[in-house]
Design a protein around this ligand. Structure first.
Ligand SMILES: NC(=O)C1=CN([C@@H]2O[C@H](COP(=O)(O)OP(=O)(O)OC[C@H]3O[C@@H](n4cnc5c(N)ncnc54)[C@H](OP(=O)(O)O)[C@@H]3O)[C@@H](O)[C@H]2O)C=CC1
Ligand SMILES: O=C(O)C(=O)CO
Length: 329
């Protein structure tokens, strides 16, 4: 008998067809429900009958799994795994798979787009032109700051951080500093990246980019104190998860000139509430969590997650397992 799965995010037709070839598919999509609560309740109910599930952007806490006695595999269409309690999944014997690598380059592009957009005030000035304010030669009031030759601090130099370091060092002749718990020797060799303490990175960088996973250790890693230790001319870029930064602290720091600007792809609450002060700040470029959002990358992520699920259900997956300890039990 084919394993039974729940698909809780719409997937490209060919990926869904692939899943239907190998499994019995049930679907529960957010857009079918009037409220988020109703969707989550329906998902929890369908997990009770499922061997596996595939989707993204939904928190799946232990409480949702109490009655999911058959569940063996959760496949997230993302590299980030902060929607799950990973040790709890391991205790339950549930394999968690994710999609590293396939989104690395497109996400690094988004980060670099935020660096350039904030430094050169691209969004603010494009809006200024559209509003009919361009009536003569531009002057200092419209100048931005240089990116090339500056110092880039990467908090979390892993796969995406490495692709960012490559763009910065080889494309823009930037000096690269980073903080990781362990050294990234490949990035040190290839891009001259230098591992330093967070305090030094914050104090010396012109652009501080967060690319750490969201964990208990990294939640609110950047708060009021850290923002105060940055240069007043510095720009903060966050394309990791909103909660790696204390959003109230960043709003205060941007309002009082503690830092010069921010490029944000992720927020503590998503979608960003329409009354967020961030939306009224000229020195903020806010994006709707588009780090990996190209047609090509999103398709590759869906395909990767589907293959992860099918292979894990067949007990033949050794790649892309976020809790490899589960395979030992
Ligand atoms: N905006 C978007 O759309 C996207 C956002 N993301 C986010 O980016 C994150 C990173 O992805 P990816 O580069 O593939 O992941 P990697 O695991 O390759 O890189 C993460 C890096 O963070 C470092 N790190 C982890 N914990 C800490 C810590 N406590 N202190 C300092 N450094 C730490 C790791 O080094 P070490 O272990 O040595 O500390 C590692 O170098 C994802 O988890 C996701 O949240 C990813 C894709 C798209
Ligand atoms: O993969 C992730 O973790 C994302 O945030 C979306 O690509």
């Amino acid at each position: 008998m084919q394993p039974r799965i729940v698909v809780y995010k719409s997937l490209p037709a060919d990926v869904l067809a692939y899943l239907r070839e190998h499994t019995h598919v049930d679907t529960v999509y957010p857009e079918q429900f009037d409220s988020r609560e109703a969707f989550v309740a329906a998902l929890a109910e369908s997990l009770t009958q499922a061997d596996g599930a595939i989707g993204a952007s939904v928190k799946i806490p232990p409480s949702m799994l109490e009655s999911a006695k058959r569940l063996r595999v959760l496949s997230t269409v993302s590299v980030g795994i902060d929607n799950f309690d990973v040790p709890d999944l391991t205790r339950r014997g549930i394999v968690l798979t994710h999609t590293p690598d396939v989104l690395t380059e497109s996400t690094a592009d988004t980060v670099f787009a935020l660096i350039l957009a904030t430094a050169r005030r691209v969004v603010e000035l494009a809006d200024w032109v559209k509003a009919g304010h361009w009536k003569g030669s531009i002057g200092e009031a419209q100048y931005g700051v240089e990116v090339q030759g500056k110092t880039l601090g990467i908090v979390g130099l892993g796969r995406i951080g490495g692709a960012l370091a490559r763009r910065a060092a080889l494309g823009f002749n930037m000096r690269v500093l980073y903080t990781n718990r362990s050294r990234n020797e490949a990035a040190e060799r290839a891009y001259g990246a230098r591992r330093v303490e967070l305090a030094r990175l914050l104090g010396e960088s012109d652009f501080v980019c967060l690319q750490v996973p969201l964990t208990d250790e990294t939640r609110h890693l950047i708060g009021a104190r850290e923002l105060r230790s940055m240069k007043r001319s510095a720009i903060l870029i966050n394309a990791s998860r909103g909660a790696t930064v204390d959003e109230a602290a960043i709003i205060a720091a941007l309002s009082d000139g503690t830092i010069a600007g921010a490029g944000l792809d992720v927020f503590e609450e998503e979608p960003l509430p329409v009354d967020s002060p961030l939306l009224r700040m000229k020195n903020v470029v806010a994006l709707p969590h588009i780090g990996s959002a190209t047609h090509e990358t999103r398709h590759a992520m869906a395909r990767c997650a589907a293959e992860n699920l099918v292979d894990a259900l067949a007990n033949r997956l050794s790649r892309n397992v976020a809790n490899p300890d589960v395979l030992k039990s």
